[in-house]
Design a protein around this ligand. Structure first.
Ligand code: GLU
Length: 278
């Protein structure tokens, strides 16, 4: 059995449900006997995350029978790490400020009459890509909030062709271009999911990234960021999403299916592990 370092990285925006249990148990199993399973709290978004859910996540996972080393990494404690990564990318000339609102982007897409779609929705149409430095500085000085976007074409040219390895699906040709100029620092949060997850996986020494198949394409972007930031490259394994008897994937809004509701209804951890496929 291989000895991978794996992690389960929930966002504390609600109580854990059966789908999370499946994902956490999957990650723990992949750590094998000699490996390590870590918990990470992805709480960079202060508007959506609640401290109460962090305690509940730990309690629910411990009830399921999982253990993990302390301290648990909380993204909100490590904003300086993401800022350093952004600085590195900025130094490579790969970032640009984007002042667009959602409405600006929607209008531009509508007017242009064609909207290439990526895994996360329509691609950014590039309105701010060629903004003159003086204009960006003026808008900045006027207090207009901006996001930071990755100039994908430049990043691809710098990184060259990349591959990554999924234990189930084999070698993949990295296709970060499918995402266009992604946001790496949001207007309201100084990092984005893609940036924080890539930096954290490296800093925590994760050697096997496990997560649901719904995030398979995100790994293309993470592979590119690893190359640009000179980070070690892990392997990946994406598990099929657990579905209910109607074929619907579990989501946070299905309150009846939270781990705590099973616990309160008298189910044992073994019964819930079985429901989660373990
Ligand atoms: N925090 C992400 C989520 O809750 C998962 C991150 C990952 O495994 O890459 O969906």
């Amino acid at each position: 059995m291989s000895a991978f370092v794996t992690r389960f990285a929930p966002s504390p925006t609600g109580h854990l449900h059966l789908g999370h249990a499946h994902s956490a148990l999957f990650a723990a199993r992949q750590a094998g006997t000699g490996g390590r399973f870590l918990l990470r709290i992805e709480d960079i978004d202060p508007l959506r995350c609640r401290p109460a859910f962090i305690a509940a996540i730990a309690e629910d996972l411990a009830w399921l029978g999982l253990t993990w080393p302390q301290p648990v990494r909380r993204q909100s404690d490590h904003l300086a790490d993401y800022a350093a990564a952004l600085k590195h990318l900025e130094g490579l000339g790969l970032l640009y400020p984007c002042f667009c609102t959602r409405a600006d982007i929607a209008r531009e897409i509508e007017q242009s009459g064609h909207a290439p779609h990526g895994p996360d929705g329509p691609l950014y149409p590039g309105l701010c890509r060629a903004l003159a430095a003086a204009e960006a500085a003026a808008r900045h000085a006027a207090g207009q909030p901006c996001a930071l976007r990755l100039h994908m074409a430049k990043a691809l040219a710098l990184a060259g062709p990349l591959r990554w390895h999924d234990l189930d699906q084999g070698w993949q040709t990295a296709r970060p271009d499918l995402f266009g100029d992604i946001v790496l620092a949001r207007k309201d949060v100084p990092a984005s999911y893609h940036l924080a997850v890539t930096v954290d996986d490296a800093l925590q020494g994760i050697t096997l990234v496990t997560r649901g198949q719904d995030l398979f394409e995100a790994s293309h972007v993470h592979r590119l960021l690893q190359a640009l930031l000179n980070l070690p490259v892990p392997q990946w394994r994406h598990h099929p999403l657990l579905r209910d008897e109607h074929g619907k994937r579990y989501a946070k809004r299905d309150n009846a299916l939270t781990l705590r509701s099973f616990r309160e209804a008298g189910k044992t951890p073994a019964e819930v592990r079985a429901l989660a496929g373990f």
